[in-house]
Structure formats: structure tokens, C-alpha cells
Design a protein around this ligand. Structure first.
Ligand code: UDP
Length: 311
């Protein structure tokens, strides 16, 4: 069995590639490295893995049979999609179209990495898959949110028109080793600030919530979903919800840090709340997250310590 992972040099893509190799798959990783990093997959050399440097917004040419396509290529951090907004729109639209075309040509199963951002700043809490969302199309996050909403529509069209075996996962906040230290998201920012005893920057008053899933739980859910027959979107995330201030305090305590919390302006359209309703994942996939936040944060701490040269 042979799988293609677009975005394989990214945080989730690299863990997913490793998971597939461990299950005996031959894996082709594809990445243009604008936010991915080859060091995330360096440890896979010598295994049945190749990394192809390619931008999937251009036609994807791949020789040989393919059984599974995991379409994960995209910037995924708010500061990245502000930095590369047009690439973010292109990979969600043109990139998804190319990856679906490849799935059709190879008769491969296709899993789209969608996101809780399709719910925008949600007016329904927790978020169920039948909620259509509250997205500002012309705000700074619109380039990501709308690209992912378009990619879901395109995926359903390929399923309905061409009969491609498609799956859609809506990924909620995920964390763990191989997140980019400088990617600007709360987890890498708080760990690097706490470990360096610098001020920890909480945006707004810190009362906004997120629900954090450890990456190994997420990857297990992805594989269960592509192995299932479910065509409609499935949320994968950990329903354990906390405020951003609580997260900052937990990381400072865990790191044994002297850092203080300072506040910074809340970015435009920053969702006030976010928590997945995982009833569908539970019932359709028998999936449930198993890594408690304290354990996951400890593993992440070790990673960031090494990455910052402090271990
Ligand atoms: N956040 C923060 N300080 C930071 C980075 C992020 O308070 O240095 C906040 C951000 O405003 C948001 C939450 O943490 O409310 C999660 O942000 P992240 O960028 O991790 O992901 P998002 O869920 O917003 O995509």
C-alpha cells in the first residue's frame, strides 16, 4: 500500500508519515517547505519514505499506483497566513483541486485536512459538524477559513460527480513535538517564552478558550477516518476546554519559569470560544483522545527544551 502525504514536512504531516510507515505503508511526502521543515522528516530517511519538494498548487505528477492521499499542505498558523495570504488561498483551492484530480486518476482514497476554523468565531458551542459557522470572509483569517471551506466544497463535488472516495476531517487545536518554535501560535509562543523566562504574551484578557489535542491522538483519529466509510465532515479534537490564560499559567508552572504574564491586543476575528463536539468521531470511528493535557504538555516541554538548546 502506498500513500501520499501533502505537507509531509509540517508538524502534523510528519507525524502522520511516521504513523503510516509504522503500519507498513510506502510513503511519498510532498512539501514546498514554505512552512514545513526537512528536519521534521530527517529521521525517516532509510525507511520506505521519499520527500518530494513540490508546490501542490501546480500540477502533481506522480508515477505508480497510489492507495491513499492525505491532503495536509497549508500554512496553519495565523501569523503564517497573514504573511503568505495568497499562497494560503491557492493551496486550499488550486492545491486541493490538484490533489483531488490525482485521487481520481489513481483511484485513491482522499482525506482532506479541514479545520475548526470553518466555524469561524462560533455562535454555537461546542461546535457540531452540522453548524455552518460564522466566518468573516474579508478579515485577516478569511484567507485560511474560506480556502478550507472551499476545499470542503470541492472535496464533496469530487465525491458526488466523480465518485472519489473522500473523507473530511475538521482538526481542532493540536500540539506536540515538531511545532515550529516561531510559528506564533499559543503553545510554541508560551513554551519558548516560559523556557527563556521572558514575558508570556496573552492576547486580549485571556478568557478566550481553546481545546487542545495531543498529536498522537489526532493521527490515530485521521487513520480511523480514512479507513471508515464516512463522507461527511468529522471533528477530531480533544473536548478538554481551557482559557488561554489557564494555558499560559499551566505552561509557566510546568517549565518552573520566572516569566510573568503580560497582555497584548486580541487579534481581529480571534474566536472567543472553541470546543469540538466529538459525538460523530466517537460513534462512527470509536475514537476518543487518550493523552491527558498534563502528559502532552510534559512531552511538548521536552521537545521545546531541546529545540531551544536548553536541555
Ligand atoms: N495567543 C496568545 N498569545 C500568543 C499566541 C496566541 O494569547 O502569543 C492566543 C490567540 O489570540 C488565540 C489563542 O491563543 O486566542 C490560540 O491561538 P493560536 O494561534 O494558537 O491558534 P488559533 O486557535 O487562534 O488558530
Amino acid at each position: 500500500m502506498r500513500a501520499l502525504v501533502t505537507g509531509a514536512a509540517g508538524f502534523i504531516g510528519s507525524h502522520l508519515s511516521e504513523y503510516l510507515l509504522d503500519r507498513g505503508y510506502s510513503v511519498v511526502g510532498m512539501d514546498n517547505l514554505i512552512t514545513g521543515d526537512v528536519t521534521n522528516v530527517q529521521h525517516l530517511t532509510g525507511r520506505d519514505f521519499v520527500l518530494v519538494k513540490h508546490d501542490v498548487t501546480n500540477y502533481i505528477n506522480l508515477e505508480g499506483p497510489l492507495d491513499l492521499i492525505f491532503h495536509f499542505a497549508s500554512p496553519a498558523s495565523p501569523i503564517d497566513y497573514l504573511r503568505v495570504p495568497i499562497q494560503t488561498l491557492k493551496v486550499g483551492s488550486l492545491g486541493t483541486h490538484n490533489a483531488l484530480g490525482l485521487a481520481k486518476a489513481k483511484n485513491a482514497r482522499f482525506l482532506l485536512a479541514s479545520t475548526s476554523e470553518v466555524y469561524g468565531d462560533p455562535l454555537v458551542h461546542p461546535q457540531r459538524e452540522d453548524y455552518w459557522g460564522n466566518v468573516n470572509p474579508v478579515g485577516p483569517r478569511g484567507v485560511y477559513d474560506e480556502a478550507k471551506r472551499f476545499s470542503e466544497a470541492m472535496t464533496m463535488a469530487y465525491h458526488r460527480v466523480h465518485g472519489v472516495q473522500t473523507r473530511i476531517v475538521r482538526i481542532f487545536n493540536t500540539y506536540g513535538p515538531r511545532m515550529r518554535v516561531e510559528d506564533g501560535r499559543a503553545i510554541p509562543a508560551f513554551f519558548s517564552q516560559a523556557l527563556r523566562n521572558e514575558d508570556v504574551t496573552v492576547f486580549g484578557d485571556g478568557s478566550q478558550t481553546r481545546s487542545l489535542c495531543y498529536v498522537s491522538d489526532l493521527v490515530d483519529g485521521l487513520f480511523r477516518l480514512i479507513s471508515s466509510n464516512e463522507v461527511y465532515p468529522v471533528n477530531i479534537g480533544n473536548p478538554n476546554e481551557l482559557t488561554i490564560r489557564q494555558l499560559a499559567e499551566a505552561i509557566i508552572a510546568l517549565a518552573g519559569s520566572k516569566s510573568r504574564i503580560v497582555t497584548r491586543p486580541l487579534p481581529l476575528d480571534d474566536p472567543r470560544v472553541r470546543q469540538p463536539d466529538i459525538t460523530r468521531a466517537r460513534t462512527l470511528l470509536g475514537w476518543e483522545p487518550s493523552v491527558p493535557l498534563a502528559d502532552g504538555l510534559r512531552r511538548a516541554l521536552e521537545y521545546f527544551r531541546h529545540k531551544l538548546g536548553l536541555a
